[in-house]
Design a protein around this ligand. Sequence first.
Ligand SMILES: Cc1cc2nc3c(=O)[nH]c(=O)nc-3n(C[C@H](O)[C@H](O)[C@H](O)COP(=O)(O)OP(=O)(O)OC[C@H]3O[C@@H](n4cnc5c(N)ncnc54)[C@H](O)[C@@H]3O)c2cc1C
Length: 374
Amino acid sequence: MTDDAMGRPRPEPGPSGDPISLAPAAPISFAGAISFGPDAAPVVAEPGSRNDAGSSDPVEGKLLIIGSGPAGLTAAIYAARANLQPIVLAGSTPGGQLMITSDVENYPGFPDGIQGPELMAAFRAQAERFGSRIIDVDIERVDFSSRPFRVWARGIEYRGDAVIVATGASALWLGLESETRLRGRGVSACATCDGFFFRGKEIAVVGGGDTALEEATFLTRFATKVHLLHRRDSLRASKIMVERAFAHPKIEVHLNTIVAEVLGDSRVEGVRLVTTTTGEQRHLPLDGLFIAIGYMPNTDLFRDILEVDEKGYLVVRDESGSQIEGVFIAGDVHDHRYRQAVTAAGEGCKAAIDAERWLELNATPSSSALAGQG
Ligand SMILES: Cc1cc2nc3c(=O)[nH]c(=O)nc-3n(C[C@H](O)[C@H](O)[C@H](O)COP(=O)(O)OP(=O)(O)OC[C@H]3O[C@@H](n4cnc5c(N)ncnc54)[C@H](O)[C@@H]3O)c2cc1C
């Protein structure tokens, strides 16, 4: 068994001793430029008034997809294969949340796991192969009051007869330099995704709400001990969750405690804690740190236009629809229950199929003309 960059054990090969191989045996190769990744220069329309075709005219298409995580890019694959020539407005995190994680071991089809950025590069290559046009810009304004729907980025207007919103959600972090440096190296924001890597290890969860307690309880399946670190003098979670946490033999609750620094060079080795009431500092040796202080859905642009729930997530009607006909929703931007790449991808598929059927029934003169060109 070898260790990965997180110092986490990699799984052994299959029972035969050889890794399971799928034809073709060659590594996945990416035709065309993959424009994201830490070292890649993003393909962007220049700030100002010119689009990537060099003119200031609006960019028109049958379908706009906002977001390029698993939901947006899966929607693009399906829509492109339905000949809708989708325009994907990829945002400032092309590839989405999986770009900030390392090993993904629960996405079906990869028995040995795959790196998050590599998985998303493959999604993107597949979307581009069928004719999706992907532009790495953040949408700044939208107008869904009439068709064609209009959105703007860097002074350029994009028009579509239908739109899929797949802008995801962003995990909230503590904001420490050491936390950012060790993300994917023992620091995580997803217990479902990364708990398995911490079998037999001692870890901590930061937070005091229901999610933090659920994650701490879930992580006791793997870890020898789970420290729950919370800055206030009581936990915000429901009474039953709090009672369970205090009673759990593997969970130790530390109130009035903040993480001042994550310790370790190439992987998490511990945390420096400060007791808020006394100012006392101490080191706690750990193998992993889960940040469970919440998620922020990326819905600011849509709050006055589309329905949001009490947590700010978009509300879906009839599987993938919104209250505006022709505007569809997919992925973590509405789903705060499952929050997984495979569920987001599934929703992207549903939204694309629904958009395609809706466009078929609701063709405008512009989309008919475009369809003729397809
Ligand atoms: C640390 C971590 C590890 C994880 N590990 C796993 C794992 O191992 N397995 C698993 O299944 N899941 C994992 N997840 C969860 C998984 O990443 C998400 O469930 C999934 O990425 C959601 O996909 P999405 O397409 O809905 O949204 P996201 O991946 O969040 O993508 C949102 C997209 O919207 C774009 N966007 C946002 N605002 C705008 C805008 N204004 N204009 C244009 N674009 C915009 C962003 O640039 C981004 O491309 C992990 C999450 C985290 C945080």
